[in-house]
Design a binder for this molecule. Structure first.
Ligand SMILES: Cc1cc2nc3c(=O)[nH]c(=O)nc-3n(C[C@H](O)[C@H](O)[C@H](O)COP(=O)(O)OP(=O)(O)OC[C@H]3O[C@@H](n4cnc5c(N)ncnc54)[C@H](O)[C@@H]3O)c2cc1C
Length: 465
């Protein structure tokens, strides 16, 4: 009689990719957009997130609150370790999504321009983990947004343009965006009142200056950033309100003494550190992004792209929140039976599964349209994504917290309360829900009017034939 251990082993334990292939996470309608190399990258990313990041998320959340400055996060042991692993997974480059290819990035090896739909998949997969979101620059997408804005629109100082992109990509620099002001509604960037007087833009680069006056408010990481993108009124005599603002690029090293006051704002630190910044006759070298008077349009475009990817990150977060709920319901007994057996639970689970899928499909559809026709053409699709996703995902995370009871609400052993704050804050930050919905309504009416006018004209022409 042969020993049991001598029997041939035919059974091989399935790997995660066998039971839950990466294709489960890619909407069927976009699978043909990815080649083998991209699929391989997604598999690696998924493995990195599942095995290296998710198990450490709560440790990271606890450690990160101990640091005073966001730049200090790079000294966090968890991050140092994971940065090394990123190289082993060949995921260490910064991925920059652009709707058109052909950008010269030969001056730095640390980044790669990818299509919008490829980045959509990266944002969704990395969005599941708090640490992966940080490592893939998805936390607030400010630096990624700055790189995109600079690539798309250029800057009046070419050397600074190259230097800023280079340093941001290499993680040696941080940027922030200054739009909001205390005294006016931030829902509409046209309200911005901070002024910038430009002098000598007809002279050579070194002699031209800009002088800023005004106060910006609720600026994330301003105290920690080296480069400030400041929206200011520059075209004082311009009648068209859409052409009055310019996006100015301020290098913090150029600030004259006593020209700015930077005050931290007391806030809940879980969603970041915020500052009020006052400019008082702050005269710095002239650096503007794009053309004078184009600031509002540039900002609209930037906001569209960053919010689309933040919504994809939220879809990833929703996916993880659903997994945590499934796990809890499979383990927790209430009134004598597993929570998983409750009909309420099954109904809710199905409901939220459908919601995630709906948001994801809206996001991917918008990303594909950006690739085909550009971000501007996809503004309606992006508007829908932005109006729906943060609301749905924050409600889903709220449900997950409820399901976990006190453990979900108060404990730092789950990332749920962090997820809720992140998803909830996106309902206000970067244009509140109501403002987005109102914009969508206006767009719908304008589309209808255009259609009806043309239709009526064509009908009359046909009738006349
Ligand atoms: C987490 C976070 C990070 C932020 N980071 C930055 C940053 O880095 N830089 C920066 O410049 N700003 C930043 N902000 C500020 C943010 O951009 C503004 O809070 C946002 O634009 C809304 O402006 P507001 O707060 O002035 O609200 P308001 O404009 O005063 O709006 C208040 C409320 O009015 C309602 N409302 C608005 N429009 C309409 C409408 N058309 N119809 C009906 N109701 C409407 C909505 O309920 C809205 O929430 C951040 C905010 C948050 C929450």
């Amino acid at each position: 009689m042969p020993n049991v251990s001598d029997r041939p082993r035919t059974y091989k334990k399935p790997a995660l990719e066998d039971v839950d292939p990466i294709t489960n996470y890619i909407p069927a309608s976009v699978r043909d957009k990815f080649d083998e190399r991209q699929m391989d990258r997604f598999k690696k990313l998924r493995k990195f997130v599942e095995f290296e990041c998710l198990p450490l998320d709560t440790v990271y959340l606890q450690e990160s609150t101990l640091f005073e400055h966001e730049s200090d996060l790079e000294t966090c042991p968890v991050i140092i370790n994971l940065r090394k692993k990123l190289e082993a997974y060949q995921l260490h480059k910064m991925f920059v999504p652009m709707d058109q290819r052909g950008y010269d990035h030969s001056f730095n090896d640390n980044w790669e321009v990818v299509s919008m739909v490829e980045f959509a998949m990266i944002a969704f997969l990395a969005g599941r983990s708090v640490i992966a979101s940080y490592l893939f620059h998805l936390d607030d997408l400010i630096d990624l947004g700055t790189i995109q804005v600079l690539l798309r629109n250029g800057c009046s100082n070419h050397d600074l343009w190259v230097q800023v992109i280079d340093e941001l990509v290499s993680n040696n620099m941080k940027s922030c965006l200054m739009v909001s002001e205390r005294d006016v509604s931030g829902s509409d960037a046209l309200n911005v009142q901070t002024t910038c007087k430009i002098e000598g833009d007809d002279l050579n680069e070194e002699e031209a200056t800009m002088t800023l006056n005004g106060t910006k408010w609720f600026i994330k990481d301003a105290g920690d950033s080296d480069i400030w993108l400041v929206l200011c009124v520059t075209e004082f005599d311009e009648g068209n309100i859409y052409r009055k603002h310019t996006l100015c690029l301020v290098n913090r090293n150029d600030l004259p003494p006593n020209s700015t006051r930077i005050e931290p704002i007391e806030t809940n630190e879980a969603i970041g550190k915020f500052y009020e910044v006052q400019f008082k006759d702050c005269k710095v070298p002239l650096n503007i992004i794009g053309e004078r008077g184009e600031g509002y349009q540039i900002l609209q475009m930037k906001s569209s792209v960053t919010k689309l990817f933040q919504c994809l990150k939220l879809c990833g977060m929703g996916q993880e929140s659903l997994r945590l709920s499934n796990k809890r319901a499979a383990e927790r007994k209430v009134f004598g039976s597993k929570l998983q057996k409750s009909e309420y639970f099954k109904f809710d689970l199905a409901h939220w599964r459908i919601k995630i899928e709906t948001c994801k499909l809206l996001c991917f559809n918008a990303a594909i349209k950006c690739d085909y026709e550009g971000v501007k053409a996809a503004r309606e699709e992006i508007g829908m994504v932005k109006a729906v996703t943060p609301k749905e995902i924050s409600s889903l995370v709220d449900w997950s917290i409820q399901l976990h009871g006190c453990y979900g609400l108060c404990s730092t052993q789950t990332p749920l309360s962090h997820m809720w704050q992140v998803s909830r804050s996106l309902r206000i930050n970067d244009t509140p829900d109501e403002s987005l919905i109102s914009q969508l309504g206006r767009l719908e009416i304008s589309n209808y009017n255009k259609f009806q006018k043309t239709y009526d004209q064509e009908l009359t022409t046909l009738a006349g034939k």
